[in-house]
Ligand binder design. Structure first.
Ligand SMILES: [Zn+2]
Length: 469
């Protein structure tokens, strides 16, 4: 109740301001003319040195951080918010979300066909609010999946302070090939069911599509670089037509990742991806790829994409290049686990868990090879606001809490091209600050219990007291 009242108050303040003040406040994405705020808590996480200091304080002026450390100046008239036994941290970054998708188990279901774009846009505003309240203050939306450039309106409404949500990098629709990933395959052709991507079949069409999306408001490029995934028993011919052709009745072998070969077709050649990366660079932005495996991952890394999303299968050579070029993998474990947990039948469950086991096995290889990581959940098909589970899964499968947090803040901010604006509690950075109970370096699940959220100097969620719960 209290957090809702707090949010309402913040929004009312913006809504009640005269137009000129509103324009000033909204352009900076926060309350530009409010008094300074001092946040005080038992602890503060310093991202780059990777340590917790105690106590912790952050001085906020307007939408920016003025100072941070164990103590900061308390200017006359500053509002002090005591967050008690909590840890102050930068707002979380989710590098792979879908605001325009909502749960429809066991997968996304038919929502992109059944629901209108206005209906889906309303859902997206609710998703943006849920993510912000969970502590995610910056996100990269990896495609509206059939809702065209409707993400432009959501991003702009958030930036204008009209609705609560994270600061967003948006792609409009993802780009795919004719008959490729997210195309409407298997429907009655007479119905002309639309696919969920913008379609481009060669380098020229890629560049043209990127320009069209840019015109409509996109801030980066999302490309589907792999198509349908298949897992087949080692040495067998890939079966066609079944997404994961796991023969049943294999007993213990079914859970053995080394028993499987993973097959996924590439969609664009390295040269085609290079053309897309060059066009994105011309627009001062970058390309993120849905990329499940080889040889696509190698093509994408050679072409210079910003991140390899899903990254289920990476060759030794690709992992080496990713380390050299500092290109992160974004594993998106939460979505794989959700699909496995919510599979509609025992057979489907066995297939999904075989895929998850394979993925965990490969992730451990990637961590051992020093592959850079970023944190993206693929939230949308599972409930918005619950995606901090991704941090816990990455720790469970082999990274330390510190490594996961540094990957999120430092690599996440970089692939969102906000590396000098978010991801650290540092003077000059946006005042995107959260507080969590406990010590996240000892127990990463602390990030699943965010007690306080500030974005751009505006408080969106507050326990309101000193206990931080
Ligand atoms: Zn996705």
């Amino acid at each position: 109740m209290k957090r809702f009242a707090c949010l309402t108050a913040a929004l009312t303040m913006i809504a009640a301001a005269p137009p000129a003040a509103r324009a000033q406040a909204t352009r900076s994405g926060s309350a530009a003319n409010t008094p300074a705020i001092v946040l005080h808590a038992a602890r503060l996480f310093e991202v780059v040195p990777g340590r917790i200091v105690s106590p912790g304080e952050v001085l906020v002026e307007g939408d920016r951080i003025k100072a941070a450390g164990t103590s900061v100046p308390h200017p006359a008239g500053a509002r002090v918010i005591d967050l008690g036994d909590t840890t102050l941290m930068p707002g979380l970054i989710d590098a792979h979300v879908h605001l325009f998708l909502h749960p429809s188990p066991p997968s996304e279901g038919m929502q992109t066909v059944d629901e209108s774009v206005p209906e889906r846009t309303i859902e997206a505003t609710l998703a943006a609010k849920a993510d912000l309240m969970a502590g995610f203050t910056a996100e990269r939306d990896m495609g509206t999946e059939g809702a065209g450039p409707a993400d432009t309106a959501v991003r702009d409404a958030i930036d204008a302070g009209k609705i609560p949500g994270p600061r967003l990098r948006i792609s409009g629709m993802a780009i795919s090939i004719l008959g490729g990933h997210e195309d409407a395959i298997g429907y009655n052709p007479a119905q002309h069911v639309l696919g969920n991507a913008d379609y481009a079949n060669d380098a020229e069409q890629l560049v043209e599509t990127i320009r069209e999306q840019h015109k409509l408001g996109s801030s980066f490029v999302k490309i589907y670089e792999t198509g349908t995934d298949r897992m087949v028993p080692h040495g067998s011919a890939p079966c066609l037509g079944d997404p994961i052709c796991t023969p049943l009745g294999l007993g213990a072998q079914a859970g053995d990742p080394q028993f499987w070969d993973f097959h996924t077709p590439y969609q664009y050649t390295e040269d085609q991806l290079k053309a897309a990366v060059a066009e994105a660079a011309r627009l001062d932005t970058n390309v993120g790829v849905h990329c499940q495996g080889e040889p696509a991952a190698r093509f994408a890394v050679e072409a210079g994409v910003a991140s390899i999303d899903h990254a289920t299968q990476l060759s030794d050579e690709t992992m080496k290049l990713m380390k050299e070029k500092d290109i992160p993998a974004v594993p998106t474990f939460t979505i794989f686990k959700y699909f496995a947990d919510h599979a509609p039948s025992a057979a489907a469950k066995a297939r999904e868990y075989a895929m998850l086991d394979y993925k965990i096995h490969e992730f451990k290889r990637q961590v051992a090879a020093g592959t850079p990581m970023a944190i993206g959940s693929d939230v949308g098909p599972f409930p918005h606001g619950t995606q901090a589970e991704e941090f816990a899964l990455m720790v469970k499968y082999g990274m330390t809490p510190l490594a996961v947090l540094q990957a999120d803040y430092l690599n996440g901010s970089r692939i969102l091209t906000w590396q000098n604006e978010v991801g650290q509690l540092k003077p000059g950075y946006f005042a995107d600050v959260i507080a969590v109970p406990g010590n996240p370096l000892e127990d990463i699940t602390a990030v699943q219990h965010v007690a306080f959220v500030m974005k751009g100097g505006v408080v969106y969620k507050s326990a309101g007291g000193g206990n931080g719960n």
